[in-house]
Each structure stands twice: as structure tokens, then as C-alpha cells.
Design a protein around this ligand. Structure first.
Ligand code: PLP
Length: 402
């Protein structure tokens, strides 16, 4: 079939590398291989019972029709209350919109703002979807490599150097997927000082992992450090990770009225409102008992500590302790240049990942997917037993290298 049937902006983008890695692991498992899948980026817990009950009640009450495009009043009130209670941010109902997942919120925010060639600053390592979402909106991702020596965070000097007259957005994801790095209020203040000199730059904060952090503290927010940025900041969040609700597809955006209104217009002519039943569930999640959040985070922390200790004991691998999210971003520079028992040299992190999959059946994602090499990402959203098995297999595979 002629590729010209597909628009150039779609031909520019590629399928998600983490989905491809998961597909490859599943295919090998179907072939009968024993696979330890450490790819997945979603909680392995069930959605809490009180949230599922709210969805069932919504169905029984006939809440099965179109809702307001921006989301039900109940859900937007729950979002407003959450933002004030947890983040100290005050938003009116018409400054909030519910979307079908944070993913569609981010994509739509680029769609409503980017003119062809507009630049979006994406600090790397980044969530795999950001650059492709920018490309799909005719924009230009400007990748800024944030090395481990800087805790994988963009510095004010790097930000200043990356901004041009075409810069439209700075994207901040804290805690970050894949590194788990989280910005402090002081770091935000320093970035805000740079932004003060560039009033054309909008800021998107992807706060999807805000609750999954291991120091018991609340995740600082850019707008707490720099409230003056409110009129040019879009706050993006959702219920997927915090409440184990990835399948329910509810995200949300809070921001200045003109941007939220434009999102409303675009979405009203494309996806329409997000699922009415999921909206009722999300409202229950935000308003209800928060014990699931503390309990699940305590479990993630045990897993992080166990996996981190095992990985850091393997010669040639090292990992900085993530502040949050549920991944280890593992430095594998010490394996580059080594040779497998089959005589294949490991030139880059993609080779390491293929070796781990082929030799010991451990599926992880190569750092190239996240824009900073040589690393690989290991998900801790799985049981301690599976993590221990995976780490033991990785240790065995590494020991066999020459
Ligand atoms: N942002 C980041 C950094 C993510 O890792 C993910 C999911 O992997 C999302 C957003 C998407 O979240 P949602 O399920 O709400 O679309």
C-alpha cells in the first residue's frame, strides 16, 4: 500500500518502544520461553473496591450518557478540591478539563498550540511519547540531555541555552519516567528565573507520578515555587498511576482559561467527553479514602529498595536511587564493549537489552527509547519474587560476559 496515503506528520512518528518491547516479550512467552517481564509501566494492583463500586453505582443510576465536554461537575469539583488540598493550587471549574487519560491531554495541548516548526523543550531522559506527540502536531522536539551527574534534571543554564524565539513549551515531568528524578522547590525557582526572561515559553507539568515517591514527602510543584507562572502553565495529571486505574482512561488539565477553552473546543470535535462511568470512578478516587495510595507506595518502596540493592551489587551496572515513579533507570556503561558467550560484542544499550532477553529471558527497555544512553529501564511494578528472579537472571547474564 502506498505510504503517501498516510500523512507526513504520522509517518514521522513511531510506535511506542515500551509497547514494542512488551509485545516481543509476550511473543517469546507464547513460544514457550520463560520470560520475566520488567517492561510494564502500570500498577500491578487492582483498582480499589470503593472506586469500582462508584463505577457500578454510576451505571445503575443511568450515568451512561454524554457528559459535559469538560467533564461532570462532580469530577471537576473533585479535581479542583484535589489541586487545592494536595498542591495548594486554586482553579475555577472553567479552568479544568477532564480528558481520556493524561496522554490525550498532553497530545491535545500540543495540537492546540503548536504552529509548524514550533519547538518543545524535552529534557532527556523523557517519557517515550513526548517527542512523537510533538512531531504528530507538526512541532519540533528539542531534546536536552540531562546526565546522571545532574541527577537527570535540566539545569537553568541548559534551559537558557535551549530557548529560541521558536520555543513554545518546556515540558517538566516530576517524578520522571524513566529516572524517578524529582525537582525541588529551589530547582524550580532557578528554572523560573530563566523563564522570567522568556515570556513566550509555556510550561507543561506532567504530574502523573506525583504520589509515587519514596521519601514520605509531598512532591513539590513548579507553581508552588513560581506562582507567577500560573498564566502560562498547564498542569497535567490523572488517576492512572496513583489509583491503579490505567484502563479507566481519566486524565485532566488545569490551566489558564484560554488554553482550557481551546482544549475543550478541539476535544469536542474529536474524542468528545471521556467515559461517563470512569468519570464517576475518578471522582470517587479523588474524593475518597486515600489509604490505597499510602499502602501501594509502601510496597513500591520495598520493591525499589530490594531491586536497587541487587542491581547495584552487579559489577558493571549501577543505578541512582529514584525519588519516585516505579522504574529503575540502570546505567550499563560498564557492559559496553564486553562480549557475549556467543561472541557478539555489546556496542550499545540496545545490544544489552537484546542479550538479556535472548540469554536469560529478562525483558527491559533500552535507554535509547528515553533519549539517554547507555541505560535500560526496569519496571518495579511487579512482585518482589519476580523482581528477585529478574535481578538474579540479569546477574547471571552479566557474569557470563567476557
Ligand atoms: N505521563 C507519563 C510520564 C507516563 O509515564 C504515562 C504513562 O505511562 C502517562 C503520562 C500517561 O498516563 P495516562 O494513563 O493517564 O494516559
Amino acid at each position: 500500500m502506498s505510504p503517501s496515503r498516510i500523512a507526513a506528520r504520522v509517518r514521522r512518528i513511531k510506535p511506542s518502544p515500551s509497547t514494542s518491547a512488551a509485545d516481543r516479550a509476550n511473543e517469546l512467552r507464547r513460544q514457550g520461553k520463560s520470560i520475566v517481564n520488567l517492561v510494564v509501566g502500570e500498577p500491578d494492583f487492582d483498582t480499589p473496591a470503593h472506586i469500582r463500586a462508584a463505577a457500578a453505582a454510576a451505571m445503575d443510576k443511568g450515568q451512561t450518557r454524554y457528559t459535559l465536554m469538560a467533564g461532570t461537575v462532580e469530577l471537576r469539583q473533585a479535581i479542583a478540591a484535589k489541586l487545592e488540598r494536595e498542591n495548594g493550587l486554586v482553579y475555577a471549574m472553567n479552568e479544568i478539563i477532564a480528558t481520556s487519560g493524561a496522554k490525550s491531554a498532553i497530545y491535545s495541548a500540543f495540537s492546540i498550540t503548536l504552529e509548524p516548526g514550533d519547538e518543545v523543550i524535552v529534557p532527556a531522559p523523557y517519557w517515550v511519547s513526548y517527542p512523537d506527540m510533538v512531531l504528530a502536531s507538526d512541532g519540533m522536539p528539542v531534546i536536552v540531555a540531562c546526565p546522571e551527574a545532574n541527577d537527570f534534571k535540566i539545569t537553568p543554564a541548559q534551559l537558557d541555552a535551549a530557548i529560541t524565539p521558536k520555543t513554545r513549551w518546556l515540558l517538566i515531568n516530576s517524578p520522571n519516567n524513566p529516572t524517578g528524578a524529582s525537582y525541588t522547590l529551589d530547582e524550580y525557582r532557578a528554572l523560573a528565573d530563566v523563564l522570567a526572561r522568556h515570556p513566550q515559553v509555556l510550561v507543561m507539568t506532567d504530574d502523573i507520578y506525583e504520589h509515587i515517591r519514596f521519601d514520605g514527602q509531598r512532591t513539590p510543584h513548579l507553581l508552588q515555587a513560581a506562582p507567577q507562572l500560573r498564566e502560562r502553565t498547564l498542569v497535567v495529571n490523572g488517576v492512572s498511576k496513583t489509583y491503579a486505574m490505567t484502563g479507566w482512561r481519566i486524565g485532566y488539565v488545569a490551566g489558564p482559561r484560554d488554553l482550557v477553552q481551546a482544549l475543550d473546543t478541539l476535544l469536542s470535535q474529536s474524542t468528545g467527553n471521556c467515559c461517563s462511568i470512569s468519570q464517576a470512578a475518578a471522582a470517587a478516587a479523588l474524593n475518597g479514602d486515600q489509604r490505597f495510595v499510602t499502602e501501594s507506595v509502601a510496597i513500591y518502596k520495598q520493591r525499589r529498595d530490594a531491586a536497587l540493592a541487587r542491581i547495584n551489587a552487579i559489577p558493571g551496572l549501577s543505578c541512582r536511587a529514584p525519588d519516585g515513579a516505579f522504574y529503575l533507570y540502570i546505567n550499563c556503561a560498564g557492559l559496553i564493549g564486553k562480549t557475549t558467550p556467543q561472541g557478539k560484542a555489546l556496542h550499545e544499550d540496545g545490544d544489552v537489552v537484546m542479550y538479556l532477553l535472548d540469554s536469560v529471558g529478562v525483558a527491559v527497555v533500552a535507554g535509547t527509547a528515553y533519549g539517554l544512553s547507555p541505560y535500560f529501564r526496569l519496571s518495579i511494578a511487579t512482585s518482589i519474587e519476580i523482581l528477585e528472579e529478574g535481578c538474579a537472571r540479569i546477574a547471571g547474564a552479566v557474569a557470563a560476559l567476557r
